[in-house]
Design a protein around this ligand. Structure first.
Ligand SMILES: Nc1ncnc2c1ncn2[C@@H]1O[C@H](COP(=O)(O)OP(=O)(O)OP(=O)(O)O)[C@@H](O)[C@H]1O
Ligand SMILES: [Mg+2]
Length: 264
């Protein structure tokens, strides 16, 4: 696969070698008067897949929306390759290299697949890179996006996000409502993006086992707080650890015995 990589924003990286990728510390995000995300810290390095799991309503979408500037954060720091971006607008964050594939796979339904890509790509070569990544889409290039299957629409949304050459790509529940086979295909593509293109993928996924199988590091958000921060393997090998985390118990890679209820 030949995919163009945007030159890294060296000027934005302070001398002395700041941390690369996305680095979040002590984030709090409120919805109305309610704190939904509390004291969340995470790192999403380049060329890696970082998995974020959590039960329904845990605050995963809220977390990503705050990181990409859709909603404000009440507390905490957000750095992208060493630059503090918490004060940046959504557009500035995107220009700085932070991509966000939102839950719900929004396409322009009356535009064709190719037109959907052309609307965001800076040139035809970028459009073709999207088609190279998803050959299924190339066959549907002149079809109105509203007529595509759910899986094809998700590919289109991913291709559109990638057309902006993000350094970090945050992906929110791309498998919602899709068949397991297409979900597997999309999740494998996340691995390829990290390995072949150096993208740092922050993957929120309901199919925990599929995501953990290709992930480099895992976090579990339990009712707004990070209750697991460690390798993927223990969550695969010991499903009870994952279950405890989903229930909001703080767990460590050592196992479920160490589960502690999160204080509120
Ligand atoms: N716009 C909103 N206004 C008020 N509360 C909201 C809003 N959106 C979400 N919430 C609440 O915030 C909490 C976290 O929701 P969020 O959508 O971030 O969770 P999630 O982990 O993404 O869940 P899911 O797995 O269902 O996508 C929930 O209690 C939800 O009801
Ligand atoms: Mg969500």
């Amino acid at each position: 696969m030949s995919l163009r990589r945007r030159p890294r924003a060296e000027a934005a990286t302070p001398a002395g070698g700041a941390r690369s990728g996305l680095c979040v510390r002590g984030l709090r995000v409120d919805r109305g008067a309610s704190p939904i995300v509390r004291n969340v810290s995470l790192t999403a390095p380049p060329a890696a897949v970082t998995v974020v799991l959590g039960s329904n309503g845990a605050g995963k979408t809220t977390l990503l929306e705050a990181l990409s500037g859709i909603i404000p954060a009440a507390e905490g720091t957000v750095e992208l390759h060493g630059t503090a971006i918490a004060g940046f607008s959504r557009r500035q964050r995107a220009l700085a290299g932070l991509g966000h594939v939102e839950q719900g796979r929004q396409v322009f339904p009356e535009l064709t697949t190719a037109e959907n890509l052309q609307a965001v790509a800076e040139d035809e070569a970028t459009v073709e890179q999207g088609f190279a990544l998803f050959p299924e889409l190339a066959q549907r290039r002149d079809v109105a996006a509203g007529m595509l299957s759910g899986g094809e629409q998700q590919m289109l949304v991913l291709a559109r996000a990638l057309a902006r050459s993000p350094e970090i790509l945050m992906v929110d529940e791309m498998s919602l409502g899709l068949a397991p086979k297409i979900t597997q295909r999309l999740i494998e593509t996340m691995r390829r993006l990290a390995d072949e293109r150096g993208v740092g993928v922050l993957l929120i996924e309901q199919y925990a086992s599929l995501a953990l199988a290709i992930g480099d590091h895992a976090y579990v958000l339990g009712q707004g707080e990070m209750v697991y921060d460690g390798p993927c393997r223990p969550l695969i090998d010991e499903p009870e650890v994952l279950r405890a985390a989903y229930l909001g118990h703080r767990v460590t890679p050592a196992g479920a015995e160490s589960a502690q209820p999160v204080e509120r």
